[in-house]
Ligand binder design. Structure first.
Ligand code: TMP
Length: 222
């Protein structure tokens, strides 16, 4: 950031981990600290191409047929998202808060579905996919808790997963934790099995070294 570039911060975790709420609270805290911020998400991030790909990737009838191509499609959506939104915003000095990024592909397609992890790594060694977040917050909680939360919100669980879903999300969670263990300077594990304001305080703790003034901004939240 010393060159005037914004911070690239990603939020990761399984369904029901509270990423959307935490992203909103974090954006507010960053703005209170005087930062210019863009909030986005993957797959998607706005725009016709991104949202069309999102709808496609979330449709069970589609992703269940994709096989290995699911990885390439996530990578294509990501490349477009990076070029059209993330990279220009960072270059303009804005912080980008992104709800899901590369670690979701590693955890869901790699660890969850058992697709070859090396393909994911090889693809993400190429521009523009070689961009890595400055900090990743892994909102960690047991899948049983996360899926119950998602259902409480009336989401009826993630689309397309069947009776094996708990085992699938255990693998995904294990994958996220492994990623965090392998890259501790980038990824901070945040215990998300708590009320939103407590989790928010943990999120702030995991970012204070990166963003001066963030702590005091958090204190001003309603
Ligand atoms: P969300 O609205 O909960 O973020 O839904 C996105 C879904 O897409 C979620 O089930 C995780 C999945 N996903 C992948 O499987 N791989 C990826 O690379 C990304 C970004 C998302």
């Amino acid at each position: 950031m010393s060159d005037g570039r914004g911070w690239f911060i990603t939020l990761e975790g399984i369904e029901g981990a509270g990423k959307t709420t935490q992203a909103e609270l974090l954006v507010r805290a960053l703005r209170t600290a005087g930062r210019r911020v863009v909030a986005t998400r993957e797959p998607g991030g706005g725009g016709l191409v991104a949202e069309t790909l999102r709808a496609l990737l979330k449709e069970p009838a589609v992703w269940k047929e994709l096989g290995l191509a699911e990885i390439y499609l996530y990578a294509a959506a990501r490349a477009h998202h990076l070029e059209s939104l993330v990279l220009p915003a960072l270059a303009d000095g804005r912080d980008v808060i992104c709800d899901r990024y590369l670690d979701s592909t590693r955890a869901y397609q790699g660890f969850g579905r058992g697709r070859p992890r090396q393909i994911i790594e090889d693809l993400h060694a190429l521009p523009p996919l070689d961009l890595r977040p400055d900090r990743t917050l892994l909102l960690d909680l047991p899948p049983r808790v996360g899926l119950a939360r998602a259902r409480e919100r009336g989401e009826d669980g993630p689309a397309g997963y069947d009776e094996e879903s708990l085992a699938f999300f255990e693998r995904v969670r294990g994958g996220f934790r492994q990623i965090a263990e392998d890259d501790p300077s980038r990824v901070r594990v945040v215990d998300a099995d708590a009320p939103p304001e407590e989790v928010h305080a943990r999120v702030i703790d995991a970012l204070v070294d990166l963003v001066p003034g963030l702590e005091s901004a958090a204190g001003k939240l309603p």
